[in-house]
Design a protein around this ligand. Structure first.
Ligand code: 13P
Length: 281
């Protein structure tokens, strides 16, 4: 059933687990998340990136909203990493209940002004906003940010930012990266603890693909209620089609779509268990 992201995250915060937010592109992705969430009686979030939203338009938004609403478990639909007010407005008008108003490439002041404006817009429509301060490195949505430019979240700035913007959730940068970790991930838990001491709102950790179980657990203990996952699920899907292309060109396409869904579902189920949300629907 379609539920607000705020409800999902506040409950997760109360009971110390996190909800997986999965970046999706199509029907197979939506089915994979719904099937995995239902099988484990877990809440889940469907996420859409702005360039996918632009490509799929209202039919894709409707598909994700309907997939979430027809699920037997609570689910929401969230717009990920959006810098464009017009796209945020379109998403909110289409019924998406939460957005990441991403001003992280701006200066602190400009990010604050942007986030404050988007938060007022979303709240007026009964929706909620995630913001990001600090800059996550890696590749996402066509953006590449060199690791050296990546800035971690400053706990004092985080406090000031949340108070001044009225934002609902905060994505922190503590050494997490989008895409693959090419060396052992190193998360700055001391920094996360300092952010937690200053903030009561649900925290979000991007770049959850490739994070080991102990880091996931520690992040949850320190206030992370939402993990974003894209790369691992996407890679599994692509790997499926690469292998299919080599071996079995005679198969029925629908059977392949089902198998591709199943491949993604396996990864999503692993994440749901790792995040502690299984059984929490
Ligand atoms: P990964 O691609 O590393 O899983 O990160 C996804 C993400 O953070 C989306 O916002």
């Amino acid at each position: 059933m379609l539920t607000s992201t705020k409800n999902l995250l506040e409950k997760a915060q109360r009971y110390s687990y996190a909800v997986g937010a999965f970046n999706l592109y199509n029907l197979e992705g939506a089915k994979a998340v719904v099937n995995a969430a239902e099988a484990d009686n877990s809440p889940a979030i469907i996420q859409i990136l702005p360039h996918i939203l632009k490509y799929g338009g209202s039919p894709l938004i409707a598909l994700f909203l309907e997939a979430a609403d027809s699920a037997s478990v609570p689910m929401s639909v969230h717009l990920d990493h959006c810098e464009e007010p017009a796209v945020i407005e379109t998403a909110l008008e289409a019924g998406i209940q939460s957005v990441l108003a991403d001003g992280s490439k701006f200066s602190f002041r400009d990010n604050l002004a942007f986030t404050r404006e988007m938060t007022a817009l979303a709240h007026a429509k009964g929706a909620t906003v995630e913001a990001e301060i600090g800059r996550i490195s890696g590749t996402e949505d066509g953006m590449t940010v060199a690791e050296k430019e990546a800035k971690m979240t400053d706990p004092n700035q985080a406090k000031e930012f949340v108070a001044a913007s009225g934002v609902d959730f905060l994505a922190v940068t503590i050494g997490n990266v989008h895409g693959e970790y090419y060396s052992e991930p190193r998360l700055d838990f001391e920094r996360l603890a300092q952010v937690r001491q200053r903030l009561q709102i649900p925290l979000v950790l991007h770049g959850a693909s490739g994070l080991p179980a102990l880091m996931i657990q520690r992040s949850i203990e320190l206030g992370v209620c939402k993990f974003n996952v894209n790369t691992e699920v996407r890679q599994k899907y692509l790997q499926f089609w690469r292998e299919y292309g080599k071996t079995d060109s005679q198969s029925d396409l629908l059977d392949c779509q089902k198998a591709a869904t199943g491949a993604m579902q396996e990864i999503i189920a692993q994440k749901i268990r790792l995040f502690g949300s299984a059984g929490k629907a």
